[in-house]
Design a protein around this ligand. Structure first.
Ligand code: ADP
Ligand code: MG
Ligand code: MG
Length: 874
C-alpha cells in the first residue's frame, strides 16, 4: 500500500482521498492546495501506517522512510532548500491528524531539521540571527516535550532565567544573543532529563517525531477524549510533514487562527485572533494576548483583504463554515489548516439558515447540518436579566462558550470530577486548561480560566460540548494550592458559589437566577423545515399541565406517556394512597380510592386542556405499592399518627409488601389484576375528566395504556374491565356525546414482543417502554447498572450505555418483531416509543426505520427529536 501522499505544486496525491486514510488535516491540506490556496508543500503518512506501527510492536513499516525520502526530495526541489543543509536548510513541521479533529490532543513539532550547524546557516541565510535561534529553542523545547515526554516547566525555568538576565518580560524582547544562550541551556536541560544529546541528524529527528505522533494516538488523554466523544473504529492518526513558514521573523510576520463566521453567534463575520511576530501555538496557548482579526487592517490591510478572499473561496468550496490556521511570513499569507468549524448550537442554526439564504446550501442540507443534540444549547437556560442586573459582577473575561453556569469552585480536573460524582455542581477554575483536564472539564457545569482567548483550549473544548466557559478573566488570581481565588478584593474558596455567563463573559458572585430560553426566528425556521421532511410524529412524556404546555410550545403533537404515579406523591394525596395500601379489605380500599378520584380527575382535566385536540396516553398505575410507604422508622411513626393506626401495623404492612426484586414484582398490570378497584378509579377519573372537558368544548383524546403486559390474557381481562368502567361512568354521568378513548398497552416485557400478534388482538395501540425492555432484555437492573456499566464501557464490552442509546442489535430486534407481529394482526396498529430513548437522535433514527408512528420524550428534547426525525427521513 502507498504510505505517503504528497501535496504541493508538483502534485496533490491526497485530493479526493478519504479522511479515514489520510486524516482530516491531510485531506484538507491537499484540497486547499488543489483549489489554489497558498499552502506550504508537504506530505501525509497514512493512518494505515499508524495501525501497522502498533501491529508490528511499535516499529515503522519497512519502506516507509524510503517513501518519505522521495517526498522530501520533491519538497526540496519545489523550495530550492535542502533538508539538513548547512546554509539553507529546509525545515518541516510534523503534525498529527486523525479522521476526526481532536483539538489539542495530539502534539505538533515545529522547525524540525535544525541543528547547531544549520541554525547558524539559517541565521546567515535569513540575515536574522534572532529568528534562527528562536526557531531552534522552540524545536528543542517541543521535541523534548513531545518526543521525550519531558515536563515543559523545565524549559520554562531556563527561559525565565534568561528573561531576568535581560530584564524583559515578553519572549519577543529577548535579543538574539539571549536566545543563543537559551539554546545551549535548553540542550543542557534536554541532556539532563533524557540522558542523551539533542539529536543533530534531521532524518533521525524526523523518524523519532513520526513515531511520537503515532504514540500520541494512545495517550490516556487522547483515549479519554475519544471515549467522551464516542469516537470509535479508527485505525490511528495520520502524520503530516509540512515545510515551515515563519511567523516569527519580525514585525511583518505573524500567525493566527480564525473562523469564517462567528462560532458563538453564527454571525457572518470573520472571527479570530492573531499575533504579530509569533509562531505556531502562541495564539492558542495564551502566552501573549492576541489581537482581533477584525483589527488586522491597522496592521496589514492587504493581508486582511486576502483573508476575506480565502474565506469566500473556502466557504464556496466546502459550503461550510471553516476554522482556519494561517501564518504570514514577511507579508505573504500561507494557509496551514482548514476544517469544519466547531460551533455552538445557536451558531449552527443561524449558519445553516443563513447559508440557505445565501444559496450555498439547500434546506435539506440545512436540516442535516445541525447536530440534533446541539439544539440543547438553544433550549438552555440563561440568567434572568433582572437578576443579572442586580448581581455582583466580580470581573469580566472573554465570552468563550455561551450558557449560564452556577456552581462552587473546583481547582483541579480531578477535584471537579470527584465533587461532581458526589452530586455537587462545580465550576472548574484554572489558569488555562490543557488536554489533561478534559475529564474534569466535562464534569464541571462551567469553566473559568484566567488566561487565554476565544480560541484557547478551554474555549474550543467547551464550545464543542456546549458547556459554559469564560476564558481569560485576568483579574482572577488563582491560588491552586490554597484552593482560593482572589478577585476584585474578595477571596473565594471551595464552598463559595459563582455564576458564569458564557454569553457575556461576566463572572458573578453567588447564585444568579436563571430563566428558560426563548426560541429565535432561525430556530423556528429550521424546525419548520424539519417538520416538512419528517414522517415520524413527536410526542412528549409529561405528567402535569405545565410540562404539557411547555412541550406543546416545543412542538409536541401529543403526550406519549403520562405517568400517573407521580400525581400521588403530593402531600394532600399521599395520605389517601397510603390508607388505600393499608386497607384490610376491598371496601376500605375503595373508600380511600374515592378520595383520590377528584385529584386525579382534576389532573387529567388540566392535561387534556393543555393538549386540547391532541392524544394523551395515560398509563395506569405502574410502580410497586411499597414505593408509596415510608421506610424509616420515624417517618412510619408520623404516618401512623396521621392515619390513626399503630406504627407496628405500618411496619407489618411494609414488610409484607417487601419484594426481593421489586422491578420484577407486584407492579404494572399485576396490580390491577389483584386490585381491579385501582384501575376502576383511574379509568373513571379519565372518563369523567373527558366528559367535563367536552362540556367546555375541549377535545380530550385519552389513550388508556396498560403497563407491563406479558401475556395476551392479562390484556384481554384488563381491557374488559376498562371498557366496563368507561361504559358505567358514561351511564352514571348520563353523558350522551361522543368520547374518543382508545385502549392499548405498553410493550416492555420481552414476552410481549414475542407474542405481539396475540397481544395486538386486545390493543388499539402499542407503546414500547424501552427502559424496562432494555432492563429485561439485558437482565441489567436499571437501578444498579451504575456499579458495573463503567467497566463495561471502559473495556468496550458495551460501546454505549444501552439505557441512553437504544441497543439496536439486541433490544431493537424485539422492537422490530413487536411492530411486525402486532401489525400482522392489526394492519393499522398505532405504534410508538415512550422510553428515555425517544429523544436520543440515533434511537429516533432507529424508530423511523422500524416504522413506528411516533416517538415520545421529555419536553426539552422534543425539538431534538423533531430534528432527528427529519434527519432520519432524509
Ligand atoms: P493542532 O492539532 O493543534 O491544530 P497543528 O498541526 O495545526 O496542531 O499545529 C499547530 C500550529 O503549528 C499551527 O496552528 C501552526 O500555527 C503551526 N504550524 C504547523 N505547521 C506549520 C508550518 N508548516 N509552518 C508554520 N507553522 C506551522
Ligand atoms: Mg491546528
Ligand atoms: Mg416500565
Amino acid at each position: 500500500n502507498k504510505m505517503v501522499y504528497y501535496f504541493g505544486k508538483t502534485k496533490t496525491e491526497g485530493k479526493g482521498k478519504s479522511k479515514t486514510l489520510i486524516g482530516g488535516k491531510g485531506l484538507n491540506l491537499a484540497e486547499m492546495t488543489s483549489i489554489g490556496l497558498p499552502v506550504p508543500p508537504g506530505f501525509t503518512i497514512t493512518t494505515e501506517v499508524c495501525d501497522a506501527y502498533y501491529k508490528a510492536g511499535k516499529q515503522l513499516p519497512s519502506g516507509l522512510m524510503e517513501e518519505v525520502d522521495k517526498a522530501i526530495a520533491t519538497m526540496e526541489k519545489e523550495l530550492s532548500k535542502k533538508f539538513g543543509d548547512e546554509s539553507n536548510p529546509l525545515l518541516v513541521s510534523v503534525r498529527s491528524g486523525a479522521a476526526v479533529s481532536m483539538p489539542g490532543m495530539m502534539n505538533t513539532i515545529l522547525n524540525l531539521g535544525l541543528n547547531d550547524v544549520s541554525t547558524a546557516g539559517l541565521a546567515k541565510a535569513t540575515k536574522n540571527e534572532r529568528f534562527a535561534y528562536d526557531a531552534y529553542r522552540r524545536l528543542i523545547n517541543m521535541f523534548g516535550d513531545v518526543v521525550m515526554g519531558m515536563d515543559h516547566h523545565q524549559f520554562e525555568k531556563a527561559f525565565d532565567k534568561i528573561k531576568k538576565k535581560y530584564k524583559v518580560s515578553e519572549d519577543t524582547d529577548v535579543p538574539a544573543e539571549g536566545l543563543k544562550q537559551l539554546c545551549d541551556e535548553y540542550k543542557d536541560v534536554y541532556k539532563q532529563h533524557t540522558g542523551e544529546e539533542f539529536p543533530q541528524d534531521p532524518v533521525k529527528q524526523l523518524e523519532l517525531a513520526v513515531k511520537a505522533v503515532f504514540e500520541s494516538w494512545n495517550t490516556s488523554r487522547a483515549v479519554r477524549y475519544r471515549e467522551i466523544e464516542g469516537i470509535r473504529g479508527l485505525l490511528g492518526t495520520a502524520v503530516n510533514v509540512q515545510s515551515m513558514v515563519y511567523g516569527n521573523m519580525g514585525d511583518d510576520c505573524g500567525t493566527g487562527v480564525a473562523f469564517t463566521r462567528n462560532p458563538n453567534t453564527g454571525e457572518n463575520k470573520f472571527f479570530g485572533e492573531f499575533l504579530v511576530n509569533a509562531q505556531g501555538e502562541d495564539v492558542v496557548a495564551g502566552i501573549r494576548t492576541p489581537e482581533q482579526v477584525a483589527d488586522m487592517p491597522k496592521w496589514n490591510r492587504a493581508i486582511y483583504k486576502e483573508l476575506l478572499e480565502v474565506k469566500k473561496t473556502l466557504e464556496t468550496h466546502y459550503a461550510e463554515m471553516q476554522d482556519i490556521e494561517f501564518t504570514i511570513e514577511r507579508g505573504t499569507l500561507f494557509m496551514l489548516q482548514t476544517r469544519t468549524g466547531k460551533r455552538t448550537g445557536i451558531a449552527a442554526v443561524k449558519i445553516a439558515c443563513d447559508m440557505v439564504k445565501e444559496k450555498l446550501i439547500d434546506k435539506k442540507a440545512a436540516v442535516m447540518r445541525v447536530p440534533a443534540n446541539d439544539l440543547t444549547q438553544l433550549l438552555l437556560p440563561s440568567f434572568k436579566p433582572t437578576a443579572r442586573n442586580a448581581a455582583d459582577v466580580l470581573c469580566r473575561g472573554i465570552n468563550a462558550s455561551p450558557g449560564a453556569a452556577v456552581g462552587k469552585l473546583a481547582f483541579s480536573a480531578e477535584e471537579a470530577r470527584e465533587r461532581t460524582d458526589a452530586g455537587e455542581k462545580v465550576i472548574l477554575v484554572r489558569r488555562e486548561t490543557s488536554p489533561e483536564d478534559v475529564d474534569g472539564m466535562n464534569a464541571a457545569v462551567g469553566i473559568l480560566t484566567s488566561t487565554g482567548g476565544a480560541t484557547s483550549h478551554a474555549a474550543v473544548v467547551a464550545r464543542g460540548w456546549g458547556k459554559c466557559c469564560v476564558a481569560g478573566a485576568g483579574d482572577v488570581e488563582i491560588d491552586e494550592k490554597g484552593r482560593k481565588i482572589k478577585v476584585n478584593g474578595k477571596t473565594l474558596g471551595v464552598n463559595d458559589v459563582i455564576s458564569l455567563d458564557g454569553t457575556t463573559g461576566e463572572v458573578m458572585l453567588g447564585e444568579v437566577e436563571t430563566q428558560e430560553p426563548k426560541l429565535s426566528g432561525d430556530f423556528a425556521q429550521l424546525m419548520k423545515w424539519a417538520d416538512e421532511f419528517r414522517t415520524l410524529a413527536v410526542r412528549t412524556n409529561a405528567d402535569s399541565p405545565a410540562d404539557s404546555k411547555r412541550a406543546r410550545d416545543f412542538g409536541a403533537e401529543g403526550i406519549g406517556l403520562c405517568r400517573t404515579e407521580h400525581m400521588f406523591f403530593e402531600p394532600d394525596r399521599i395520605i389517601h394512597m397510603r390508607s388505600m395500601i393499608l386497607a384490610q379489605d376491598e371496601k376500605d380500599r375503595r373508600a380511600a380510592l374515592k378520595k383520590l378520584l377528584p385529584f386525579q380527575r382534576k389532573d387529567f382535566e388540566g392535561i387534556f386542556k393543555a393538549m386540547d385536540g391532541l392524544p394523551v396516553t395515560v398509563r395506569l398505575l405502574d410502580p410497586p405499592l411499597h414505593e408509596f410507604l415510608p421506610h424509616e422508622a420515624a417517618a412510619q411513626k408520623d404516618m401512623a399518627t396521621e392515619l390513626g393506626v399503630k406504627p407496628a401495623e405500618i411496619k407489618k404492612r411494609s414488610e409484607a409488601l417487601h419484594e426481593s426484586n421489586p422491578m420484577l414484582g407486584h407492579r404494572g398490570c399485576r396490580l390491577s389484576i389483584t386490585y381491579p378497584e385501582i384501575l376502576e378509579m383511574q379509568v373513571r377519573a379519565i372518563v369523567e375528566a373527558a366528559i367535563n372537558c367536552a362540556g367546555r368544548k375541549i377535545k380530550a383524546m385519552p389513550e388508556i395504556m396498560i403497563p407491563l403486559v406479558g401475556t395476551a390474557a392479562e390484556l384481554k381481562l384488563l381491557r374488559g374491565k376498562v371498557e366496563e368502567t368507561i361504559a358505567s361512568t358514561i351511564e352514571a354521568k348520563k353523558f350522551s356525546g361522543k368520547l374518543d378513548i382508545s385502549i392499548g398497552t405498553m410493550i416492555e416485557i420481552p414476552r410481549a414482543c414475542l407474542t405481539a400478534d396475540d397481544v395486538a388482538q386486545y390493543a388499539d395501540f402499542f407503546s414500547f417502554g424501552t427502559n424496562d425492555l432494555t432492563q429485561m432484555t439485558f437482565g441489567y437492573s436499571r437501578d444498579d447498572v451504575g456499579t458495573f456499566l463503567p467497566d463495561y464501557l471502559h473495556q468496550d464490552i458495551l460501546l454505549v450505555d444501552p439505557f441512553q442509546s437504544l441497543d439496536q442489535t439486541g433490544v431493537g430486534q424485539l422492537v422490530e418483531m413487536g411492530v411486525q407481529k402486532g401489525r400482522s394482526t392489526k394492519k393499522d396498529l398505532k405504534v410508538g416509543i415512550c422510553g428515555e430513548h425517544g429523544g436520543e437522535p440515533s434511537s429516533v433514527e432507529f424508530c423511523h426505520r422500524a416504522g413506528l408512528n411516533y416517538v415520545s420524550c421529555s419536553p426539552f428534547r422534543v425539538p431534538i427529536a423533531r430534528l432527528a426525525a427529519a434527519q432520519a427521513a432524509l
